[in-house]
Ligand binder design. Structure first.
Ligand code: ZN
Length: 134
């Protein structure tokens, strides 16, 4: 697969409303989009940071995977997302061929209209990895 850059860094928070003042007032970043991704049961807030972004994830339901993450590990870095130049479907096939455990067998629609898929952290040195394509 061909990675062009880090698309974003996902950070799990209990409340976007409570987290934003830190990112905006202390770090000086600007939130340009807040959106709910129904099938992932999360509300997301995106902040531009140079050529990459920070995605804050707030669970919208206690059975959301990000709620489980916060419960187990507390708020913090949740996933790393790479921008894939040659297609998420292709990258998934390659990863699977290399013996990597996939969370998503096929690309699906994520926040910001991206095609996304996740690789399982058990196969990726402990980092939940998201592959993204415009
Ligand atoms: Zn993400």
């Amino acid at each position: 697969m061909k990675i062009s850059h880090i698309e974003h860094l996902g950070i799990a928070v209990k409340s976007i409303e409570e987290a934003l003042p830190y990112y905006e007032k202390v770090l000086g970043l600007t939130c340009y989009n807040i959106e709910t991704v129904e099938d992932q049961k999360v509300k997301t807030a995106f902040l531009k940071c140079g050529d990459t972004k920070i995605e804050l994830l707030e669970p919208t339901s206690p059975d959301s995977t990000s709620a489980g993450f916060i419960e187990k590990r507390g708020m913090g870095i949740h996933h790393l997302a790479f921008a894939i130049e040659d297609g998420v479907a292709n990258a998934l096939a390659e990863a699977e061929g290399a013996g990597i455990r996939l969370i998503d067998k096929a690309p699906r629609k994520g926040a910001e209209n991206l095609q996304i898929a996740f690789l399982h952290p058990k196969s990726t040195m402990g980092v939940l990895t998201e592959l993204c394509e415009k």
